[in-house]
Design a protein around this ligand. Sequence first.
Ligand code: GDP
Ligand code: MG
Length: 607
Amino acid sequence: KALNLIRNFSIIAHIDHGKSTLADRLIQRTGGLTEREMTRGQVLDNMEIEQERGITIKAQTVRLKWKAADGETYELNLMDTPGHVDFAYEVSRSLAACEGALLVVDAAQGVEAQTLANVYQSIEHDHEIVPVINKIDLPAAEPEKVREEIEEIIGLDASDAVMASAKSGIGIDEVLQAIVDKIPPPKGDPAAPLKAMLVDSWYDPYLGVVVLVRVMDGVLKKGAQIKFMQAGTTHLVDRVGCHTPKIEQLDELGPGEIGFITAQIKEISEARVGDTITDAKKPAAQALPGFKEVQPVVFCGLFPTDAADFEKLRDSLYKLRLNDASFSFEMETSAALGFGFRCGFLGLLHLEIIQERLTREYDLDLITTAPSVVYKIALSKSKTEDAKTIELHNPADMPDPNRIVTIDEPWIEATIYVPDEYLGAVLKLCQDRRGIQKNLTYVGHGSSTRAQVTYELPLNEVVFDFYDRLKSLSKGYASFDYHQIGTREGDLVKMSILVNEEPVDALSMIVHRGNAETRGRGMVERLKELIPRHMFKIPIQAAIGGKVIARETLSALRKDVTAKCYGGDATRKRKLLEKQKKGKAKMREYGSVSIPQEAFIAALRMG
Ligand code: GDP
Ligand code: MG
């Protein structure tokens, strides 16, 4: 295909502004799927979880054919991307494979935190950005105000922004024409040695390892011997194709094109995202720059409820990692939970999604330990060791407090957009989480005025439930984005939880000394609700070192009063007890106390 007839673009937006719906319409309009085949909305969100939660997790790529006003038929490669802050990594990879982006902004909501974050990323990749004001069908739509916001907040010329409704199919042809007119065609030399970027790879149960590529130079042909420059492995290309979104087999991919290949790749670690693919016989002299390595910021332990599932868990983690290079894992053992894995994530939603996929797609029962960020701990000299600095990913590994000189924790800078009426509640939340206010300004005019607040916050205070709290106290109107700004020393301590005098490793966490008592109290109170009564009295305690800072006692279950002794929390407990009966294996024994698996996760949700 001639380069000037190709356009590669991504769709970027704040979550829920309509990226996936717009992608649906573009696919439908260009004939990729007929109305009848369009059996459900957001066709590119093909994972079960994506459908249920209505969010996009994996970036998807589709090839569209469009006959433009000039009579030429163009090949448009569309990459739909996730909008949530935890999946920014997916966005950045897709952007690197494109020359432009459609910036979708909700006509009723206006510019939000992730709109801005994604636009900045797009600008970093030198993209041509085409603004699309979506949802103009809504009664609350204020497209002109949003146009002004795009110019005022983002600094982008929005005078010819496309007015669209992805839902009602308004402005779709205009969007397609704008892609052809405004986004530059890719560059590349078909005669040069093959150079292609490995954008993504995933495991398909039928095809095996599938690799998404963007060809920069040369031609990637079926039957060719290719080399992954970073991994150093060679493979025979057995399939070349693209998604329309149906799978279409091709003979080759030329410069500027995006498509997939399979190459009998067995070892998933060979298909590293960011690697450069070249011709094994006539290799390129230099590899492409590759992608920025992302560092997981939140860690937790994942343990199989049934120890016999350990191998299955390992296998599933390997497969998931192929789909998601931003997640890491290594083996871990715990006295109470046995063999499992310490896993790293980009955020709490990312953690939840992985955990849910393991449960559903791989049919595993798991116990998740308290999420933790990475701390830097300076240790003094001991009898056997010199002074040194360690990285702590797991509160259970907290070194001897007598040796700790300082503990540094990661900090972030958060940008929050919120309508004025919820500003007070947002400021209080940030303050409660040890936030330092850096800036407060207003954007927009009249009824659409919103506050833009910038805070510095310890990441530790954000990972548990900050996002959930922010959403609930602003009735869903606040939007949030953050980036890391380095580490700072903090007055931090390890808080242990003891059930019947036994420490429960999975529930220990690192907290700020000033918040320890509140956290500890909340935790023991919740656990009291969550642990079913036993035939004996059970003390539940939170402690720092040897000092108990909060305590509750779960009274004993007396045989004669079983039926009457339930308090106000009866239903919840009864449910737990019923579950307990169903699956004895799902309970964990601490000393002689059984803790239902649900209690671990529920206890970690801050009140
Ligand atoms: P994404 O998170 O950006 O991919 O957003 P989705 O495409 O999943 O859309 C979020 C919600 O907005 C869904 O409920 C869509 O049905 C709805 N939506 C998308 N486009 C429009 C539109 O043009 N008009 C209206 N009224 N709703 C829309
Ligand atoms: Mg989506």
